[in-house]
Design a protein around this ligand. Structure first.
Ligand code: SAM
Length: 243
């Protein structure tokens, strides 16, 4: 069965994305470890490392889901700073909040139900905005980039951690076979949900590549944009400043 995601109209995409994350929320963390063989932890650590967050900073972890990035940021902003974990999906946000409380992050993380396309914050609020494995699920990416630009303080920085295009053609082939053949099977076996993982593979394939995304950031107003390829470009961290 094919998820048929490529052919669905915009309004249905929103519903499908919601259904996917409602469905994967309980098994999300274990699936991340399984599918990436644990490497997603390194990708996230790298992102937080280069974010250069200082004590006292206010950080928005957008599409924060179960909160891996929030937990890393919370350690760095300290007691005087704040992390806002924002996600459009209630089920993911609930798992995230429970996990953060279990990890002891109580005082410096807050939780918001928010759509990246029209963020519910005043302009110039955040020192950093980070969106990890979230942008490819957003329907109107241009609107989301503009909204992230708006809520950043002048001098603030955006970090986009997302699947991208492997730079080596052979790796690209192997990776394609992995995502379309093996990944939905693992999803079926472990999460009993092959369709959602088929969607994830399709959304990765359709996501703009390194230079396209960089161009979109520049279009939204970001300056000094840079691309860091990780694991041969399977993943990339894009960064840019609001100056
Ligand atoms: N950042 C977390 C991580 O790296 O583990 C979660 C990533 S998860 C693959 C993608 C998240 O994006 C989901 O929790 C989903 O609900 C959220 N999401 C999808 N569309 C969104 C939107 N328009 N605005 C905010 N969050 C969105």
């Amino acid at each position: 069965t094919h998820f048929g995601f490529k052919d669905v109209p915009v309004a249905e995409k929103v519903t499908k994305v919601r259904e996917v994350f409602d469905s994967v929320a309980p098994s999300y963390d274990i699936m991340n470890d399984l599918m990436s063989m644990g490497v997603h932890r390194l990708w996230k650590r790298f992102t937080v490392e280069i974010a250069n967050v200082k004590p006292g900073h206010v950080v928005l972890d957008l599409a924060g889901g179960t909160g891996d990035l929030s937990a890393l940021f919370a350690k760095r902003v300290g007691k005087t700073g704040k992390v806002v974990l924002a996600d459009i999906n209630e089920a993911m946000l609930r798992v995230g909040r429970d996990r953060m409380i279990d990890k002891g992050h109580i005082s410096n993380i807050t939780y918001n139900l928010a759509n990246a396309e029209c963020l519910p914050y005043a302009s110039n609020q955040f020192d950093r905005v980070c969106i990890g494995f979230g942008l490819r699920n957003v329907t109107d990416k241009e609107a989301a980039l503009r909204s992230m630009f708006d809520v950043l303080k002048p001098g603030g920085r955006l970090l986009i951690l997302e699947f991208s295009k492997p730079t080596n053609p052979l790796l690209d082939k192997i990776y394609d076979a992995y995502s379309f053949k093996l990944l939905p099977k693992i999803g079926e076996l472990v999460a009993k949900d092959g369709d959602s993982y088929q969607y994830l593979a399709e959304s990765i394939r359709m996501h703009p590549d390194q230079s396209t995304l960089k161009g979109m950031m520049e279009e939204a107003g970001f300056e000094r944009c840079q691309v860091n390829n990780l694991t041969g470009g399977i993943v990339a961290v894009h960064t840019g400043y609001k100056l």
